[in-house]
Design a protein around this ligand. Structure first.
Ligand code: SF4
Length: 258
């Protein structure tokens, strides 16, 4: 497992960096644009076929992950399909211990993959952001602690595509994500059409190391400061930034999306 401690310098907007501002800068729930050059996958397409296509069309594809249920299922499917690349995780300094333990269990289970932790050892008082920024301006906090490290890593690696675990059922803002999206990089979303029931069944059948918080109602686990358990009837991501008018961290939607 690789830990990358070199924190990227936070650049000013003039230097092409992410602006720190109290104004929302990312359109909420921005829809991805389907890649018309990709095969015509349908809702019933096996995610394995989508991953196999991605590996062939984009051999340099990279998988960022926060090790949620979707991410763990995607990781297992990707290995079955032949993926042997990086699994990139950003340590914001605010992760639950259970999330870090899930990462470690996965790294043990899949030695054929290269687990990379960016900002390894980050902590709330490390000076990357004011200690209460997550409360006063979560967009800015995510931009510095989450998006910037990953953007920096991807600038160095320059993959043509990313494997991503989002699914339509997770949130209304994800209700129409396609299997393959265009953008700065191609985003391949093999689980786009899988339901929570399918994901749970796959994880259970294959004895995957799911974050234990999931079974306590944390259907989507982010930083402990910005995550609560989901209540009956809410969608899987309702516990993320609840009450803050924010639905995405900025990795997959908005002006600074990967
Ligand atoms: S989820 Fe919260 S604590 Fe984590 S980077 Fe975003 S705003 Fe900061």
């Amino acid at each position: 497992m690789t830990a990358v401690n070199d924190r990227p310098e936070v650049r000013t907007p003039e230097q092409g960096g992410v602006p720190l501002t109290t104004e929302p800068r990312a359109p909420r729930g921005e829809r991805g644009v389907a890649d018309r050059s990709a095969p015509a996958f349908g809702p019933e397409t096996d995610p394995l076929d989508v991953i196999r296509w991605a590996l062939e069309a984009h051999p340099d594809v990279v998988m960022p992950s926060a090790f949620n249920l979707n991410g763990v299922v995607l990781l297992d499917l990707a290995v079955r399909a032949g993926y042997r690349g990086e699994v990139v995780f950003v340590d914001t300094g605010y992760h639950f211990p259970e999330t870090l333990q899930t990462r470690d269990r996965l790294a043990e289970r899949y030695p054929e993959l290269s687990f990379v932790t960016l900002n390894a050892g980050a902590h709330p008082e490390d000076g990357q952001t004011p200690s209460d920024l997550y409360a006063s301006d979560p967009d800015a906090c995510c931009a510095v602690r989450k998006v910037a490290p990953l953007q920096s890593h991807l600038r160095q690696k320059a993959p043509s595509a990313l494997l991503n675990a989002r699914s339509r059922e997770q949130a209304t803002t994800r209700a129409d994500i396609p299997f393959v999206e265009t953008g700065v990089r191609v985003k391949v979303n093999p689980l786009a059409h899988w339901t929570r029931e399918q994901l749970e069944a796959y994880a259970t059948q294959n004895d995957l190391p799911v974050n234990p918080l999931y079974w306590d109602g944390f259907l989507s686990v982010g930083c402990w400061t910005c995550t609560r358990a989901v209540r009956p009837g809410e969608d899987a991501r309702a516990g993320r930034w609840a009450g803050k008018g924010k639905t995405e961290c900025g990795l997959w939607a908005g002006n600074n999306a990967l």
